[in-house]
Design a binder for this molecule. Structure first.
Ligand SMILES: NC(=O)c1ccc[n+]([C@@H]2O[C@H](COP(=O)([O-])OP(=O)(O)OC[C@H]3O[C@@H](n4cnc5c(N)ncnc54)[C@H](O)[C@@H]3O)[C@@H](O)[C@H]2O)c1
Length: 340
């Protein structure tokens, strides 16, 4: 069977895991790595040597999009480049896997969604947390009714992020775009993406200990669902503690709490039953389930199926983020869908 030709753009930290994952996927082949910074060629060649493969390197990403042997582009550059590089790739007719965050505002999200619908390519936004075995198992359990009707779900992303581009408005974006987007995606996924969020309220607070942040690194978001359920997310990127990804969902028949389950389906237990599967508890990308995510996206392309995290679907998560940021700026609840 013909292999999918892959271009990786941005051979930095996370790209190493994309490269390893594509190398482990029999239906794809890395054909080119595109760089942005002067040091990117050495980084790309370092990955080739480390992982024992060969491909082309280019510093001309836009021209490389014309290559007919490139079917898929994995956008692994830093945040502010995702919108323009994804758009160019979609317009060139390539399938696109874009790292989070998708983009920086609703206008960009709409442009990307329109481009996807026009070109009919497959896309996927890198909300890799969904692919942890414990999270996938919990999702299956709640979707099958294991905790009944969910009326409350919360998720938190607490971490200390370090790096000049990550703390700047222009290149990092915001606390939700840098990290909290994983938690917003999780609440939407566990509560059921078919359920609509009608209103968002958020507060944010400026940095206290890490004074290099240009944006407020701490934000708390409450989401009102049309069916009456409540979602809640907080993130702090200057947390003085080890990395934590927290998840809880309360339902009429039980509760999930991190990798624990309490359910009427398992009567007679007084404690949360721990799922013996990997839960997101490490910030290091080498521990993230990128192989599962990339295998899934390749299977979507090969099977001509839309990813559950396609740009049109994931754009809903970003609409919540932009509504929350507007709410925190203006100190008022913001209704969805956003009008501008
Ligand atoms: N899904 C996840 O859990 C996860 C984890 C880590 C990172 N990420 C995302 O992956 C992306 C890359 O993160 P990373 O830590 O690998 O980044 P990085 O600092 O290693 O840089 C990646 C690439 O971006 C480009 N770049 C870096 N700095 C630049 C600058 N100042 N100007 C222009 N281009 C620049 C270069 O091509 C570089 O090789 C980010 O968007 C990040 O949010 C996602």
């Amino acid at each position: 069977m013909k292999k999918l030709g892959v271009m990786i753009v941005g051979p930095g930290w996370v790209a190493g895991q994309h490269i390893l994952s594509f190398l482990g996927n029999d239906e794809s082949e890395i054909r080119v790595i595109a760089g942005v910074l002067p040091e990117d060629e050495a980084r790309a060649r370092g990955y080739m040597e480390q992982y024992g493969f060969q491909c082309d390197f280019t510093d001309d990403y836009e021209s490389a999009l014309e290559r007919v042997d490139v079917d898929v582009v994995a956008v692994c550059t830093i945040n502010h480049l995702h919108f323009s590089q994804s758009l160019s790739a979609i317009e060139a007719g390539k399938h696109v896997l874009v790292e989070k965050p998708l983009c920086f505002d609703m206008k960009e999200a709409r442009v990307l969604v329109d481009a996807c619908l026009k070109q009919g390519v497959k896309t996927h936004v890198g909300h890799v947390v969904r692919f942890y075995p414990a999270i996938t198992g919990l999702h299956n359990f709640v979707r099958r009714g294991g905790i009944g009707e969910i009326y409350y779900c919360e998720s938190d992303y607490w971490h200390e992020i370090i790096g000049a581009w990550k703390v700047r408005n222009e290149t990092g974006g915001s606390a939700l775009l840098m990290g909290g987007c994983h938690a917003i995606d999780m609440v939407r996924w566990i509560l059921g993406e078919e359920n609509q969020i009608s209103e968002v309220f958020a507060y944010s607070t400026p940095a206290r200990r890490r004074l290099d942040f240009e944006y407020d690194p701490t934000i708390s978001v409450t989401m009102k669902y049309e069916n009456g359920a409540i979602g809640r997310v907080s993130t702090s990127l200057e947390s003085n503690m080890p990395y934590v990804f927290h998840l809880q969902a309360n339902g009429t028949k039980g509760t999930i709490r991190n990798n624990g389950i309490s359910s009427e389906w398992f009567p007679g237990t007084n404690a949360f039953m721990e799922i013996p599967a990997v839960y997101p508890d490490d910030w290091d990308v080498s521990q993230h389930p990128f192989p599962q995510e990339i295998d899934y996206f390749v299977s979507c392309i090969k099977g001509d199926v839309e990813s559950d995290l396609s740009i049109p679907k994931a754009a809903k998560t970003y609409e919540v983020i932009f509504a929350a940021e507007l709410s925190a700026r203006e100190g008022r609840p913001v209704k969805l869908p956003l009008s501008s």
